[in-house]
Design a protein around this ligand. Structure first.
Ligand SMILES: Cc1cc2nc3c(=O)[nH]c(=O)nc-3n(C[C@H](O)[C@H](O)[C@H](O)COP(=O)(O)OP(=O)(O)OC[C@H]3O[C@@H](n4cnc5c(N)ncnc54)[C@H](O)[C@@H]3O)c2cc1C
Length: 378
């Protein structure tokens, strides 16, 4: 049967866009991206730290470790070739008194994950490279960087537009039915319009709603289905007096209770410094992006430990993002769910669920795998 598109991608965040870019590379021109917002990149992809992660943290056999390493290796050359702003500034993970063993464990995990350019530093060595920072010891990671997430997404979108892909905005996919060798997607919008789109392949890149979109297919009572928890991360910005005073990203040791990297210091293209993200479970799964002024105390207390010259008045609320977390168990580390659901009886349906950090870093590697699977089945 004739279908409207070869591939429909649900969601135009960095993940949906990079899949489109990899499909464009493989000469796919019958591709539709459906996005419920009024342009691409309005979700989690523009509410994050914009860090190119090294991959030191994740269990060695996890998808996060694999895709972070491959994605990092691919992202720097992509940025250079496509004029995407980035800086390979490096980072320091700092340990305070009593945390030296934890830092050592992290160093061994980084080695196991084959992360290059890692060096353990004494207090004295660290103070020479970063005089504003105070810690007993530190782990230097040279391959960490920062990037403009918006420029990265705009570059992916350029490839997709040049390949004549369609981007449908202000429209949400609200249902899906398998029909023989294809899927019929129910779409609502723009405005009151409701209609069906048929396609051979579906890529579910719906971010915070990717578990709901998967349910269109297999319902809500399927055993073992991926279910997301929302973890809100707020940021505070620092006063202009902090611009260019710190040369590396500064991280505390990770916080295993919240499965987060801890409140770190980073900076952007213009040198403005931000602190964050915090980590707070949102049990009602509401997209609440408000940053509470009263959290100033918590940010100040946490960061003052490694930035002694910080003053309470230096901080002001900035923005927040929400991590779509897929935890193996209540307290276990989360991982990505990246799967062609062929084995589950849904050939042509690819789920990308729980793509929280380091999703931005990992994007190009994810896009390459997904487009590769689709090209193989062409
Ligand atoms: C606080 C925070 C800090 C982070 N820091 C980093 C970092 O420093 N480095 C890093 O590598 N990663 C980081 N990440 C992770 C990274 O931001 C994400 O992994 C990445 O942005 C996920 O992209 P996405 O395309 O899957 O999701 P999104 O950007 O959320 O895109 C999904 C899109 O799908 C659309 N959508 C949803 N449902 C539907 C529907 N039914 N129909 C149509 N459209 C739909 C949404 O509107 C949205 O635009 C961070 C995340 C957070 C929250």
């Amino acid at each position: 049967m004739d279908v409207d598109y070869d591939v429909v991608i649900i969601g135009a965040g960095v993940v949906g866009l990079v899949v489109a870019r990899s499909l464009a590379d493989r000469k796919f021109d019958s591709v539709l991206i459906v996005e419920q917002e009024d342009s691409f990149g309005k979700g989690t992809s523009s509410r994050n730290s914009e860090v190119i992660h090294s991959g030191i943290y994740y269990p060695t056999d996890s998808l996060k470790a694999r895709y972070c390493r491959l994605g990092r290796e691919l992202i720097y050359p992509f940025c250079r070739a496509n004029d995407v702003w980035h800086s390979r500034c490096g980072k320091l993970v700092v340990a305070q008194k009593g945390q030296e063993d934890d830092l050592d464990r992290l160093y061994r995990q980084a080695q196991a994950n084959e992360v290059p350019e890692i060096v353990l530093m004494s207090r004295k060595e660290m103070e020479t490279v970063e005089p504003e920072v105070s810690a007993e010891s530190a782990l230097f990671v040279g391959c960490t960087g920062i990037i403009s997430a918006h420029e990265l997404m705009a570059a992916f979108h350029r490839y997709s537009a040049e390949a004549d892909h369609d981007l449908l905005i202000k429209a949400a996919v609200v249902g899906a039915d398998p029909e023989g060798d294809h899927y019929a997607l129910s779409v609502h919008g723009p405005g009151d319009a409701s209609y069906q789109v048929t396609t051979r392949w579906v890529v579910n890149a719906a971010g915070l709603h990717s578990d709901d979109v998967a349910q269109f297919l297999w319902g809500s009572d399927r055993k073992g289905r991926p279910v997301l928890r929302f973890s809100k991360g707020s940021y505070f910005k620092l006063a202009p007096r902090w611009r260019h005073r710190v040369q590396h990203l500064i991280y505390p040791l990770p916080d295993p209770v919240h499965d987060s990297l801890g409140i770190h210091l980073s900076f952007d293209q213009g040198g403005d410094v931000k602190l964050g993200p915090s980590a707070e479970w949102l049990d009602d799964r509401k997209e609440d992006y408000a940053v509470r002024e009263e959290d100033n105390d918590m940010f100040y207390t946490d960061v003052k430990q490694y930035l002694p010259a910080l003053e309470w008045e230096d901080l002001s609320p900035d923005f927040a993002g929400i991590r779509p977390k897929l935890a193996a168990s209540e307290d276990g580390p989360s991982d990505f769910y990246i799967r062609h659901e062929d084995d589950a009886g849904y050939p042509g349906w690819i789920n990308l669920i729980g793509i929280d950090s380091p999703g931005l870093t990992a994007a190009i590697a994810i896009g390459e795998d997904v487009a590769g699977w689709i090209a193989e089945g062409r």
